[in-house]
Design a protein around this ligand. Structure first.
Ligand code: PEP
Ligand code: MN
Length: 376
């Protein structure tokens, strides 16, 4: 059960203390307080855990500071929707809004290789009005002898260049908790010119200690990629680990499933799950067409499979696109064969725009539809 408190309720207020005193004397029920600093107000929710079946919603609603009560199922306590449409499905970070109703493109380098390539990428993004990017510094590689990423060495110039070109959010994978501290230190050292969304990759989706560490910090939002070989439910529970530790600024990333049933694509594209994740949880949903498709093969209609997959995700309501670009893919140290070129950036953005417009029209059409009286 969730108690949603009146906005701006302070946890040091007399009323809140009375509420907590009351909750403490209830047998077999523990409670946990979650606070979210919103754009205009402080939102507080109290989660009751344990034997809540016997509690009456009406009675609990009369407790001090309680505005609303939502009875929840066991699944995804914090991030789930629980048939309640009033709780927030968005968050803001460094001036950029991430929600189930917005769309942000994160085009960038799978792996940072040179300063010059980072600069050319960011220059192109700025000239096409983009304020987000992806930049890989810590790369989890299958082969221990492959390039592992430049790590913390590249962070200062990546962040400085981001500031120079007006980039507000960089999605950056971390594979160890020490990377969070390195990112924080490099941001401070360069005067916080940009923001970072911590990316937890598919190989670490169920690295529970890493999830708990990242969930305990509230400074950076998180992009959690779906595990490539586990069920959707297991991956959504992994996201809930972040939220249960207090960080609700989580975007859920679809990146395809590992199975040879998806051949010849690198992974089996799973973007039909965009609306499923939006229905089950309050998280915005990201699609990663690059790591799903994994190649630049072209269909007979002249479109790359990668662009087709992107459009499929966007037309289904995706809220973020993580996509590999490179100024010179032949020189990319990781995933060059799936990278789009800077020349293709405006074309890619226009194609995304078409799919987004079609999605918005579909939502309007669905709103007009009434069974038995359908007219367009
Ligand atoms: C990546 O985005 O660079 C990446 C390694 O993705 P994934 O974790 O989905 O394989
Ligand atoms: Mn990659």
């Amino acid at each position: 059960m969730i108690l949603i408190l009146a906005p701006n309720t302070r946890t040091d207020s007399e009323e809140f203390k009375r509420l907590e005193d009351f909750l403490r004397q209830m047998p077999n029920i523990r409670h946990r307080v979650h606070q979210e600093v919103g754009e205009q107000q402080l939102l507080t929710e109290v989660y009751l855990i344990g034997d809540t079946a016997s509690l009456s919603v009406d009675e609990v609603s009369t407790l001090p500071t309680v505005e609303r009560v939502v009875r929840i199922s066991e699944e995804y306590r914090v991030l789930g929707r629980h048939q309640d449409d009033q709780r927030s499905t968005s968050f803001e970070y460094n001036g950029v809004r991430f929600g189930q109703d917005t769309l942000q493109v994160f085009a960038g380098l799978c792996a940072v290789n040179t300063r010059e390539h980072v600069e050319r990428m960011m220059q192109a993004l700025r000239s096409h009005g983009q304020v987000c990017t992806r930049m890989g510094a810590y790369k989890p590689r299958t082969n221990p002898y492959s390039f592992q990423g430049h790590g913390k060495e590249c962070l200062p110039y990546v962040f400085e260049l981001a500031g120079k070109y007006g980039i507000k959010v960089i999605a950056m994978e971390i594979t160890h908790e020490a990377h969070v501290d390195e990112i924080r230190a490099a941001l401070q050292q360069t005067g916080n010119p940009t923001g970072v969304m911590l990316q937890i990759g598919t190989r670490n989706t169920q690295n529970f200690e890493l999830l708990k560490y990242v969930g305990r910090q509230h400074e950076f939002p998180v992009l959690l990629k779906r595990g490539f070989g586990i069920t959707l439910e297991e991956s959504l529970n992994a996201a809930e680990y972040l939220a249960s530790e207090g960080n609700r600024k989580v975007v859920f990333g679809l990146r395809g499933m590992k199975t040879n049933m998806g051949d010849p694509h690198r992974n089996f594209v799973d973007f039909a799950h965009v609306p499923v994740v939006k229905r089950l949880t309050r998280m915005p949903v990201c699609i990663d067409p690059s790591h799903s498709v994994g190649a630049r093969d072209k269909a007979p209609d002249g479109l790359l499979d990668l662009m087709h997959a992107t459009a499929q995700g966007v037309i289904a309501g995706a809220n973020m696109i993580l996509v590999d670009f490179h100024p010179d893919p032949s020189k990319a140290l990781v995933d060059g064969p799936q990278a789009l070129t800077l020349e293709e950036l405006p074309y890619f953005l226009d194609d995304v725009g078409i799919a987004r417009e079609a999605y918005e029209k579909r939502v309007k059409l669905a709103g007009r539809f009434k069974p038995g009286v359908f007219s367009v």
